[in-house]
Design a binder for this molecule. Structure first.
Ligand code: PAF
Length: 245
């Protein structure tokens, strides 16, 4: 991939990267379609990055429907699918750590998660050599962390945040929605509506605390967003909306 990226760059091609962990859905496809408008060659990476999962998280059961992903990526106009089997040497001993935006929100509950994200994304930047990289705003904290990393480490990459894509009932698209039963999905609808209607952290906490079938993990205001994580059954969902002024 790196050889091909360097060859493309020598030809003056502008590379746009959409990093994913696969299980592609409409949210990812909207990123790929946006990528088409931002450069000449669209690369989607598909890699379920082991080091961003905690020991009790869903790394083993994370969906990996590669044939379907390949079809969807091609239909969205992707030029290259980069799907490595493994990205880490057995004795890898270097990680990247961002220490401001990674605190609080998901960082308070997922120890080491953002170090895993920054490390793999830095590796993807070095391998794919993108001019532009696109990330979804659904993972608002991830966007904050990665923008800061790119700035602090002088990666010559423009980071684009793409808006959250929601389904017809307002639920933010996520690969983890596939885990939800029909009843749990209704709770996810309630989660999205309640967060949208809340004007402050206190109001969101109060309202979300009353939604049956939902266990609140956190509500926090950060970088202009009202962010929340909840459990619906065993599935952890995150969402965010702009903070009301
Ligand atoms: O958002 C994701 O899917 C992942 O965190 C990412 C950015 C692909 C890194 O593994």
């Amino acid at each position: 991939m790196q050889r091909e990226a360097l060859r493309l760059r020598r030809q003056g091609k502008k590379i746009v990267l959409v990093p994913t962990m696969g299980a592609l859905h409409e949210g990812h496809l909207s990123l790929a379609r946006l990528a088409r408008k931002c450069g000449d060659v669209v690369v989607v990476s598909i890699y379920v990055n082991p080091i961003q999962f905690g020991p009790k998280e869903d790394f083993a059961k994370y969906p990996r429907p590669f044939a379907k992903d390949r079809r969807l990526a091609i239909s969205a106009g992707v030029d290259i699918i980069f799907a490595p089997k493994n990205l880490y040497a057995g004795d890898a001993s270097t990680t990247i750590s961002e220490s401001f935006f990674s605190q609080g929100r998901c960082g308070a509950f997922r120890a080491g998660h953002f170090d895993g994200v920054t490390t793999v994304v830095a590796k993807l930047f070095n391998i794919v050599q993108p001019d532009v990289a696109i990330f979804g705003q659904k993972d608002a904290q991830q966007c904050d962390v990665l923008e800061r990393m790119a700035r602090d480490l002088n990666f010559p990459v423009r980071i684009v945040r793409a808006p959250i894509i929601r389904d017809e009932n307002g639920v933010a698209r996520s690969s983890r929605n596939a885990y939800l039963s029909a009843a749990e999905y209704q709770v996810a609808v309630h989660f999205a509506k309640t967060l949208k209607s809340a004007g402050s952290v206190a109001e969101a906490k109060r309202k979300l605390g009353k939604v049956p079938g939902l266990r609140l993990q956190y509500v926090e205001a950060a970088n202009g967003q009202l962010c929340a994580a909840v459990f619906v059954g065993k599935t952890r969902l995150i969402d965010n909306v702009p903070l009301k002024k």
